[in-house]
Design a protein around this ligand. Structure first.
Ligand code: GAL
Length: 672
């Protein structure tokens, strides 16, 4: 794998700064503060982030740096500085009742040198005084202290250096993470057979059944099943179960996979009822790598790669075509130009997708499922033909082609929304793009109904970024999953900003209804022109761990033909994926915040709990297993490291460090 980075701050010292002869005071505000990154507003010299005189706890300061959490300012101090000092706190421009809380952190050469502890609005300034002897690179950080960045106006007042060395200079950009080679935590799956994936599967009566038993182990392998209900058949060579169930009911099936080294067995519950996606959908989507450059060939290659890489053996199933399979309203690209619909109103795919039914058949033959994208407006977000006023027809067309999943966006619906929904009453005052919640709900309600009418299970994925608190009504309009956020990108800020802010929606997740914090950004991603993800190795472990704890749909967003060993390993840890696919369908929330460490817990069907210890800071932090008791784990516990797939000795544990921006992911069960 190419460039991967990891923590410990180290930035180039190549910029030569003036040498100073005797100890001198250098004020922080004399440096280029524009180099700072922050969660809201602009860095301010000698003023608060809102442009007022710096004031903390009633005390005014003439000089300093006004910023806003999450804030990072990197400074080359060159090794010759003696001291950094400041008075820190939340600026008084924030009402003292506001839910503001921050922590000031000083990091030198990758080590935490000083922390303020959590500071709230109205509190008196704290003295920060840090010995910088020998320190070359300094980071001044303001964290949101774990509760979001609202009202986090933070001041480094009277901030200055004492130095006899080179004059400190700031360095632009996010804290630079020093390259750390990818390290693989998960042992390869054994050659003996093992059946992976969910143990629960939902299907509606009359809908074509397709499920491929995900099994690792040496091939050839022979599959068998007992208790398979009438109407279903198993292909003993491929492990693919097909057919149709006519009536509702629950069936406990025993699946078996056998090779020359042994036999694996697993109980599998088929629920034929009203609901599908009883565990979060897992698969691939074209957007995060190909965006507007998607084509039939590329989709087929992704499907082939999902099989060839072995990911199919870990439960990865859907191959989803995102935007740009339709014709475009004004693109100069001839492959995107043509009729939007035929004379009967049926949607016409663009010339890159000559045979939609053929494509779905191709994907099904591999034992996988096929997905598609549209928007309720006249145009999709990319400017291709949407489903507006053709919803019933489109739902029918997708079913006839054989698609199993629809991601339904919002774009351009705003321009037609009022004409669609009658009885428009109050206008929302907060500038929301819809006029009332009914307007936000309506397009999903009708498409949900049309999809339900098809004799085919089509997972319905709402992509409207969480508007009108979609988690409260997404299930009622037949949605199986719904985006809770805007689009993700492959940066720590984006991924962590989304992933660690899902608590509000969490209680609404359940089998068949999933909150969707957007697709995965590991591997080669890039929305048209790909590059290796900009997440560090530990950030990627965090990403996958967190999405599994969140019971999120897992849609790989990378170019599947360029999967590297690290990414493949990351996506094929069956114990980690089992947390996502757990049949109880609970979504994690944060159960404890201690400085930069956040603990997320998820209850599991077997009575165990998955625990993620996340380090949001930029230096490694210790994990204290004794905390288990305070987290509600009484008595003796059995602790299992899910990434390493090995047990952790609870009473005799050497110090465990959580890597910066990284995670330790455990499953904890009461010891017998
Ligand atoms: C966005 C959506 C993306 C992608 C894109 C297509 O609104 O969030 O995931 O589908 O539209 O244009």
């Amino acid at each position: 794998m190419k460039s991967r980075f990891v923590l410990a701050l180290g930035f180039s010292l190549a910029v030569l700064a003036p040498q100073m002869t005797s100890a001198e005071t250098v004020w922080l505000d004399d440096l280029n503060l524009a180099a700072a990154t922050q969660g809201w507003g602009q860095p301010h010299k000698n003023q608060s982030v809102d442009g007022h005189t710096l004031t903390i706890g009633g005390q005014k300061f003439e000089r300093g740096f006004g910023t806003h959490a999450e804030s990072h300012l990197k400074i080359n101090v060159g090794g010759g500085a003696q001291k950094f000092s400041a008075k820190v706190g939340v600026d008084d421009e924030v009402n003292s009742n506001a839910a503001s809380s921050v922590e000031f952190i000083v990091v030198g050469d990758g080590k935490t040198l000083w922390r303020s502890g959590v500071m709230k609005a109205g509190a008196a300034a704290k003295d920060c005084a840090v010995d910088l002897t020998g320190v070359k690179s300094l980071l001044l950080q303001v964290s949101d202290s774990g509760d979001g960045i609202d009202f986090d106006h933070a001041d480094w007042a009277d901030a200055k250096f004492e130095t006899a060395g080179t004059k400190p200079t700031t360095v632009s950009g996010e804290p630079q993470l020093i390259f750390v080679a990818p390290y693989i935590l998960t042992p390869a799956a054994p050659a003996t057979p093992r059946i992976n994936g969910a143990n629960l599967f939902g299907v509606r009566p009359g809908s074509p059944f397709l499920f491929t038993i995900p099994a690792t182990g040496e091939r050839p392998m022979e599959f068998s099943a007992t208790g398979l209900p009438d109407g279903l058949q198993l292909d003993t060579k491929t492990g693919c179960i097909t057919g149709v169930l006519k009536t509702k009911g629950e069936f406990i099936v025993t699946l078996r996979a056998k090779n020359s080294l042994g036999t694996a067995e697993k109980k599998f519950r088929i629920v034929c009822g009203d609901q599908m996606a009883l565990t979060p959908p897992m698969g691939w989507n074209s957007w995060n790598c190909f965006a507007g450059a998607v084509s039939e060939e590329r989709v087929k290659s992704a499907a082939d790669a999902l099989v060839k890489s072995g990911l199919i053996n870990h439960g990865w199933t859907y191959i989803n075509v995102d935007d740009f399979w339709q014709n475009h309203r004004n693109s100069k690209d001839p492959t995107l130009r043509g009729d939007f619909r035929d004379t009967n109103g049926v949607i016409v795919p663009n010339s890159r997708f000559p045979d939609m039914k053929g494509l779905a058949d191709y994907i099904h033959k591999l034992g996988l499922k096929a997905g598609l994208y549209s928007s309720p407006g006249p145009w999709t977000c990319g400017g291709c033909a949407g489903s507006w006023q053709h919803e019933a027809q489109d739902a029918q067309t997708y079913a006839e082609w054989g698609f199993d999943y629809l991601k339904y966006d919002w774009c351009s619906y705003g321009s037609v929304v009022s004409s669609e929904v009658t009885n428009v009453a109050k206008v929302k005052s907060n500038g929301s793009p819809w006029k009332k919640d009914e307007e936000a709900i309506y397009p999903y309600k009708i498409m949900g109904e049309f999809l339900r009418k098809q004799n085919r299970d089509i997972v319905f994925s709402l992509c409207q970024y969480g508007m009108a608190d979609v988690w409260n009504w997404g299930g009622a309009v037949n949605g199986n999953c719904w985006r809770t956020t805007g689009d993700i990108t492959d940066t720590w800020r984006s991924m962590s900003g989304i992933g660690f802010r899902q608590d509000k929606a969490a209680p609404l997740a359940k089998p068949g209804n999933w909150n969707d914090p957007d697709m995965l950004i590991v591997g080669e991603v890039g929305w048209g022109k790909t590059h290796p993800t900009r997440l560090s190795v530990d950030e990627q472990y965090t990403h996958i761990s967190l999405w599994c704890l969140l019971s999120a749909p897992l849609l790989i967003g990378c170019d599947m033909t360029k999967l590297d060993d690290f990414t493949l390993n990351l996506l094929s840890n069956d114990e980690v994926l089992a947390i996502d696919q757990d049949a109880l369908g609970k979504e994690t929330t944060c159960v404890s915040t201690n400085g930069d460490v956040r603990i997320y817990a998820k209850d599991l069907e077997d009575g165990g709990r998955a625990l993620g210890f996340f380090n949001l800071g930029v230096t490694p932090l210790p994990l204290d297993l004794k905390q288990l008791a305070s987290l509600g784990f009484g008595g003796q516990q059995h602790v299992h490291d899910l990434w390493r797939q090995s047990d952790v000795p609870v009473n005799d544990t050497p110090a465990i460090m959580i890597p910066a921006h990284g995670v330790v992911l455990y499953k904890v069960t009461a010891a017998k």
